[in-house]
Write a new protein. Sequence first.
Length: 318
Amino acid sequence: MFWKLKAVSDQIIGNPDYYEDIEGYYRYRNILQEASPKKPRDFLSRGEFVVGGQALAPFGAANCVKDFIRTATFIRGIRDAIAHALEVFDERPLEILYVGPGPYATLALPQTTQFHPDQIRFTLIERHQESLDNAMAVIDHFGARRYFSKFICDDAYFVGSRIMLRRAPDIVIMEVMNRALYTEPQAALTRVMGPLCKILIPEEVIVTGSFETDPPRDKYDMDLGEIARLNRNFQGKLDLHRQIPVRTAGPDAKHQVVLSTTVKVFGDHVIIPGKSIITRDRRIDVVPFSDAVDISSEATLDFDYQMGKNPPDNFYFI
């Protein structure tokens, strides 16, 4: 089966038109599902709360491979990050910490077809034992176990920080995010692991905001600027509270805050807003806090943003 993995990995990594190659995407998804002891529908569908958010359930993690723009961009970016690390770091093998691999270790397996086991070694941290067991079976199916040293089932926030204290990995891979950085623990884990690793994947996640009316009315729309930026240097708060004066289109109009996400995986490998499940816009209605709030022409937007939490039902005019 390794030759099948090698063929589709070469296609993902080497074909600049892979984004349009739907057939190639289905091949990768299919060989993962063929190698899996469990079918996607049989996985646990309820996630678990961890520090900084909620760990995606095995069912949801298994279905992430369907987002082929995300999958392809991360696989290609990780390949380039490893190649770069092999050029600039002396120690071998490179130690790669992969947080949240799900039931397929989707982003790691293609790398085993591109590099020698003397060059790279993965440690997997996964909150759900079901996902970890399945991932190990898939790895064994492809004969890739020699690329993996540890399989840890725990909250990555605590285990990852202990690993960092012993020896910082050369590369940390964390794709544990939802759009606009809500729900999942990407921000909390970035704050712990980012400053201590040499290369963080993704390199940067940027959330920007705008205040809009629906349907759009340009004279009322307003750019809210950068809301959050995660990278190796992130040590900021996980929550943001602002009060912003805005022009309103009256009580009969629909007002929204639109949060857009850009994911810079590594180098030129970028997922722009709207191209992936994790970069789709998050639209949140803005409503008067009470009947006493006048929004006939202007009001104050009360903006309360918390990374890793469930998105609010509404933001408010006050």
